[in-house]
Design a protein around this ligand. Sequence first.
Ligand code: BG6
Length: 495
Amino acid sequence: LKSQPTVFVIFGGTGDLNARKLAPALYNLYLEGWLPEQFALIGTGRTKLTDEEFQGRMLKDINEFSRSGKVADDKWAGFGPRVHYQAADVQNAETYKDFASRIKELEKEWKAPANVIYYLAVAPNFFPIIAENLAKAGLTTDAERTRIVIEKPFGHDLESAKELNLLLGRIFQEKQIYRIDHYLGKETVQNIMAFRFANAIMEPLWNRNSIEHVQISVTEQLGVGERTGYYDGSGALRDMIQNHLLQLLCIVAMEPPISFSAEEVRNRKVDVLRAMRRFTPESVREQAVRGQYGAGWLEGAQVPGYREEPGANPQSNTETFAAVKFFIDNWRWQGVPFYLRTGKRLHRSASVITIQFKDVPHFIFPPETADTMRQNRLVISIQPEMSIRLQVQAKRPGVEMMLNTVDMVFDYKGTYVAQAPEAYETLLLDVMLGDQTLFMRGDQVEEAWDLVMPIVTSWQNRVSQNFPNYSADSWGPEVAEALIAKDGFHWFTLP
Ligand code: BG6
């Protein structure tokens, strides 16, 4: 990569995603020596700015949001001048001629052709027009050198996702299209694959014979806040389950790929989605529940209910919490429920996958010696804690035989000194390297939409009569507890 000249064009350069994630990620890649020698970033936006003004904004954003802290002057002297700005009206075809000439100038300066990455950090309604205008300006013809990165949401239902795939497919080859799901870039998420497929002891247990059920829980304290404009047309199911949580499920449930290459990994993941049991209107009612937060107190502050957030619809039927029970109809997983839940304004922010194993076939100790929860669990904490714990039974010290649940722990903090990179650092580097392993292929996105569409439709058609049904600082609505309790389980929370 070092010797491959690269131009990184960010549509939506003046937006929030660039400020919080992309700019800090690219800067950190620079700091750690990953960027090509010949690298230029071109930010675009409607605002008229000079290169210097845009560099000033980026510096401010990086200082505020980068994990590496305040930017040192000598480091900025190396990175800042690589940042350019081009005011652009993305609807106007003329704009793209300006890009073409900017890129030509850089190539002339570098005396070499460049790889060009178009990053669409804009509202999804601009995806088609930008792709089409890039094509019209002849900027997409080199399939080896041109790549496009699409942020979520990739469609808002199955139809729109298919349309977008078709449109992109007319302009780009699949190998040029990088559909981002930033969860896949998280260090702890990538580690699940290492844990499953680089260790011999897990695989024999990783199936319906030993596993009773699986939970994937992504809870957030954050409310929707200023994002109601986007969120009200989306909701927790589309915003989180269709993408992030189902991607986690795929990594937990996939068959071992024959190699760690993009196509092999993505084939095995899409197999999981294809094997997932489809919903009927009846099973939606039995297996999917939703919630919306009301006002309350969280971490000592008073917080508004969803319907009182700025710009929110006071009668909104949008869910800010969703819990769904899924099944995978294949040999490995037949009959094993996968419970997924996510929500905003909950008691704690934590992304945790819990694999609950079956009980021992015959318990030889007197019942009173046992811990109330004696089944083994594997608890994979994605964030903020980064760890894997295996919960096992052990003898409590003492003259009596009494059993206790104890943790065998692998903890990032205790094991490694180096800070883990942000998901976007890994993902942006992979785009530059041309590695699609951690990106979603078109068919995966469509399968995931196909799976959740009956729930989307059913919830749209049935106005919830009891919203808001959970208060800030809770673990969500009672129906979510009932969903799992009727199978004899309960949601696992880290102590
Ligand atoms: C985004 C969702 O994709 O993921 C947000 O749109 C959500 O609603 C966010 O808050 C969560 O990401 P993370 O990395 O903070 O867990």
